[in-house]
Design a protein around this ligand. Structure first.
Ligand SMILES: Nc1ncnc2c1ncn2[C@@H]1O[C@H](COP(=O)(O)OP(=O)(O)OP(=O)(O)O)[C@@H](O)[C@H]1O
Ligand SMILES: [Mg+2]
Length: 241
């Protein structure tokens, strides 16, 4: 597809920590309405890629969003342009309540009635959060914090949502819940870039996928094709080659 149809286009991305090159020239693009996943083993460079895209790490290369460079822009600028990220490890405001965290997610907005409606929607997606709405986020379980982090990102009404391992450390039931919500959010028109260790689940819901290995994209294509690719099955889906 041509460059000008990509919502997010990353070209030649490199990230280094001191002398260690963690991302070695990654190209990827996400088109409006797509659910794209980025899979790969521990240490492949997935989080570094996401952090570079969202301005949390210095990098080499180009990052275009809506046709313009967003390189080096911080979370505030990105969220106000419709790009929200749920980081690995969640990053909720621990000394604020659930409701306050969700309100923080909407800080760029001034359409009060709609903010209230969106909070009601988040509570529909995650009834658990509604039950505990006044509880301090720091006292929530890991899974509840993950739901809150996703809810908070949704409160900004993102065009593009970047999720870094939303299912990490969760019980099987919560993993199901998170994948259901990702699917639902996408069905509502949000474009999603999903980083996941859980390759099988991610490929099952994605349109396209990128496989990352040692700082490079080793494979990419249609998610269902990759899901049935013997090399992918052997390396990431725990099956014999
Ligand atoms: N702050 C840091 N300082 C030095 N090296 C780092 C730092 N953060 C990450 N790295 C290294 O960069 C490489 C890529 O790490 P990254 O976190 O991007 O991988 P990942 O694909 O997200 O892995 P995981 O699936 O375990 O989350 C790893 O070798 C890691 O040790
Ligand atoms: Mg990671």
């Amino acid at each position: 597809m041509s460059n000008n149809t990509a919502l997010l286009q990353v070209t030649g991305l490199q990230v280094a920590y001191g002398g260690i090159q963690a991302v070695k020239g990654v190209d990827l693009e996400v088109h409006s309405g797509e659910l794209v996943c980025l899979i790969g083993s521990n240490g492949a460079g997935k989080t570094s890629t996401m952090k570079a895209i969202t301005g949390l790490l210095p990098c080499v290369g180009e990052i275009n969003y809506l046709g313009r460079s967003i390189k080096g822009q911080g979370a505030w600028d990105l969220v106000s342009q419709g790009l929200a990220m749920v980081p690995e490890g969640r990053g909720v405001f621990t000394r604020m309540s659930i409701v306050e965290n969700l309100q923080m997610g909407a800080y760029i907005r001034d359409d009060k009635p709609e903010i209230a409606a969106d909070m009601a929607h988040v509570f529909e997606l995650f009834p658990r959060l509604k039950e505990r709405r006044s509880q301090m986020a720091g006292t929530l379980s890991g899974g509840e914090q993950q739901m809150l982090a996703m809810g908070r990102a949704l409160m900004s009404r993102p065009k593009l949502l970047l999720l870094d391992e939303p299912s990490m450390g969760l019980s099987p039931i919560l993993v199901d819940k998170i994948f259901d919500v990702v699917r639902e959010v996408r069905a509502q028109g949000v474009t999603v870039l999903l980083v996941e260790q859980n390759a099988s689940r991610a490929l099952a819901i994605a349109d396209r996928a990128y496989v990352m290995e040692s700082g490079l994209i080793s494979l990419s294509g249609d998610a269902q094709t990759l899901r049935h690719d013997p090399a992918v099955r052997a390396a990431y889906l725990g099956e014999a080659a």
